[in-house]
Design a protein around this ligand. Sequence first.
Ligand code: CA
Ligand code: CA
Length: 447
Amino acid sequence: MTVTCRALAAALLTGLMMTTTAPAGAAPTPVSRPNILLVVLDDAGLGQTDVMTRTQAWLGTTGRDYTHAVATTPSCCPSRSSIFSGRYVHNTGVTQQAKIDVYDHDRTLQHELKRAGYATAAAGKLFNGWELAKQPPYIDHWALQHGGFVKAHFNVDGTDVYPPYSTTFTGQKVTGYIDRFEREDDRRPWFIYAGFVAPHSPYTPEPKYAKTPLTWRANPATREKDRSDKPAYVRKFKVSGAEGVQTSIAQMRTLLSVDDQMEAIRRRLAATGELDNTVVMFLSDNGKSLGEHGLPTKFVPYQGSIRVPLQLWWPGRVPAGRDGRLAPLIDVTPTLLELAGLTPGYQVDGRSLLTGARRDRVLLEYWYDSVNGSYPTWASTYAPGKFQYIENQQAGGVFREYYDLRRDPWQLTNLLAVRGVAGAPDTGRLAAELARARTCAGARDCP
Ligand SMILES: [Ca+2]
Ligand SMILES: [Ca+2]
C-alpha cells in the first residue's frame, strides 16, 4: 500500500471501527486494526525518560502522557505478567521473578491479538525466567535476552547470538520485524514488543554516551533524617541521595541509546507508510529507588519504586496532552485491546484508559522473593493526594504504615509510628479494605 493510500485508510479507520456491527443478514464489515508497538523499559523511573529528547518530541508532543502511572507490583517479571494480561499479580500467580511457569498465556494481550489475526514478534527482555530458546506462546518471531548490555546472550528464533550492544540489537530486530511484516502482508496488522533492558543495572552505556553530561535532582525522600517510623527492612539500607543521583545519571546514559533506536523505529514506520496506523505504548515495568528513605532499588511501595513513565500515541484516536489520572499498569492491555477494536476474551482487572473513568486508589502488592533480597511480602492501598496504607509481613507480625499524602507526599512520616497524632486513621477499616482488594477479581471488583 502506498503512503497516500495508507493515510486514507488511517483517516477512515475511526469510522470503520465504529461501524463493525453489520445489519441483520449482511456480512460483517471487515475491521481495519492498527499495528501495535509496545515498548517496555526496565527499571526506568518517572522523569528519567526526559533525556530521550527525540522520543519525547515524538510521543510526548503528540501523544498522551499519563503522569501518575504506577506499577502495581514493582518487580520485573511479576509486573510484566500484569502488563501483558491486564490482571493483578494475585490473579496471574506470577509472584516471583522465576515463577513464569504458572502464567496463563491464553489470558494475554498477545493471545487476543493473535486470535484477531495479528502477526507478532518480541525483542529484548520478556520474562526473567522464560527459557530464551523456547518460542513464547502467540509470538511468531522472537529475539529474547534476560539482561545485560555488552555481548549479552540472546536467542533469535532458536539460535543463540551475542550481539555487541543489546539496546542496538533490540532496536534493529524491531525495525527488521516491521520490514518483514510489511513485506509479507501489508494489510495484516502486527504486534511488536520491544523490551529494552535499559536502564536496568549494570547501566553499561554505549561508549559514545559514557561521559554525556546529564543532571538529576534528588527528591525530598532522599533527605529523610528520621527513619524510626519505617519497617526494619528499610532501615537496614543506607543509600544516600548523592549516590542515587550518580545511579540515575548512569541509568539515563543507557536511555540515550534507546532514544537512538526509537528514532530509527519512528523513521522506519514513516518510510513504510505505517506511522499513521500504528499505536505506540511506551512505559517501564517498574521504577527504582534512588536513595529515597535510604533505599537502593524497587520491590518497595514508595514513590521511586512504583511510579513509572507511561505514554500512549495514536494521533487522531488518542488525544494528546497530559493526563494526571491514576493509571496502573494493569490498564495497559485493556487500553491496547480497545484501540485494536477488541474485547478481552477473559476477565481483566484493569480498565481501558480511553474511557475517561477515574479511580481514586489502587492496590499495590509484593511477595517476598529470595532472588530480590530481603524485601518482605507487603500490600498497600495507594490513594494519591489522599493517603497510603501499607502492611508489611515481618518477623513478629504485621508492620503497618500510613502516610497522609496531602501533607506528606514523600512518605516521610508514618503516622502509625508517631505518638500523639490527632485524627489517627482507622486501621481496622483500612485493613479490611486492603484484605478485600488482595483477593479481588475483575474490573468491577478491583480497585
Ligand atoms: Ca524492571
Ligand atoms: Ca520518617
